[in-house]
Design a protein around this ligand. Structure first.
Ligand code: NAD
Length: 309
């Protein structure tokens, strides 16, 4: 399959390497000029669990330089970069490719829909992980899986081909029964762990040792529940709380600093407007107040401002 990875940061690069190794024709598309130049000059360097560096020759370019068309465009920007990337892709989207995103956060479908008909859009979640160590260089750990669904399942006959392509690359993809429920579940978890660990400058295990973690957790997730109910999205605050509690031990994710903490430390914008901020905004539209999520989004923006982001 001819595949574009639009937003070839940590995750996009990891997926690009795996899809190319499986025989697909992959182009990495990115707005970070130093990253694009480093990949074209030195190849993409992937450091694996055991500390070994592997070099993969790959084609990378800025969106404005792409003249090709693709069967599948995988959008792997951060949620707040997606609209700009879709604008920059312009004519690249004109041949009606399937457009898949596994980016975190709620609201990505609305963003993509502004540029691409709903019938072409596939969304999902993934537990693969990856980190950028510098331009042209990523560090990867462990394995993962993908759960996805076409936004209009009846209008998207190519899902088996997309699944085959992802699974042919060992990405362990399956069709979700209710992808919006999966997206909200992951966003609920991130809106507790990412947001509080960033504000308190702690890891997930340290958050779990706080005597009042449940109070903090419930303040966020009870509002998620009310907004999800009003929006007719399947959501269970109790299930998300159980999932969060399961992350505290050192054997799971206790020692991990969530991605928002890393973004803040690296002075990069966070995805807060697509997590707590999204629920606060949707709640306001639906007349379901979500003041805790609104103020947490403001607190993260204040921290970004203080860091000069
Ligand atoms: P990323 O920040 O590595 O890359 C996103 C974009 O930002 C890319 O276009 C990248 O080139 C650019 N970028 C990164 N560092 C930059 C720098 N220093 N200067 C200029 N541009 C830079 O994002 P990611 O971690 O690949 O995440 C993509 C999406 O996937 C997000 O929605 C994220 O929440 C989600 N996600 C990430 C992981 C993970 O382990 N990284 C896991 C699951 C989901």
């Amino acid at each position: 399959m001819k595949i574009a990875i639009a937003g070839a940061g940590a995750m996009g690069s990891r997926f690009g390497v795996k899809l190319q190794a499986a025989g697909n024709q992959v182009t990495l598309i990115d707005n970070w000029a130093d990253h694009v130049a480093a990949i074209n000059r030195d190849g993409l360097i992937v450091t694996t669990d055991d500390g070994t560096d592997h070099v993969y020759p790959m084609t990378a370019m800025a969106p404005q330089d792409v003249t090709d068309h693709f069967d599948l465009v995988i959008l792997f920007t951060k949620a707040m970069q997606m609209d700009q990337m879709l604008q920059d892709l312009g004519d690249v989207l004109s041949n009606q490719p399937a457009v898949l995103t596994l980016a975190n956060g709620i609201g990505n479908v609305e963003t993509i829909e502004r540029h691409v008909p709903k019938a072409q859009i596939v969304v999902g979640t993934t537990v693969w992980s990856s980190g950028m160590t510098g331009p042209g260089h990523i560090k990867v750990t462990g394995t993962g899986s993908i759960s996805l669904q076409a936004v209009v399942p009846d209008a998207f006959p190519n899902l088996p081909a997309v699944l085959d392509t992802l699974n042919g690359a060992g990405l362990h993809a399956s069709e979700a029964a209710n992808v919006m429920a999966a997206i909200w579940k992951k966003a609920g978890l991130n809106s507790v762990l990412n947001t509080y660990c960033t504000l308190f400058d702690c890891n997930i295990g340290e958050f779990g040792t706080l005597p009042n973690w449940r109070t903090l957790n419930d303040a966020v997730l009870n509002e998620f529940q009310a907004v999800a109910d009003a929006a007719k999205i399947q959501f269970s605050a109790a299930d998300v709380t159980d999932l969060i509690a399961a992350q505290f031990s050192p054997e799971t994710n206790g020692g991990h600093y969530p991605s928002m903490h890393q973004d803040m430390a690296n002075r990069r914008p966070t995805e807060i407007d697509f997590l707590n901020g999204y629920v606060a905004k949707l709640g306001a539209q639906l007349n379901v107040p979500a003041p805790t999520n609104a103020i947490l989004a403001q607190a993260i923006h204040a921290q970004e401002t203080l860091k000069g982001i």
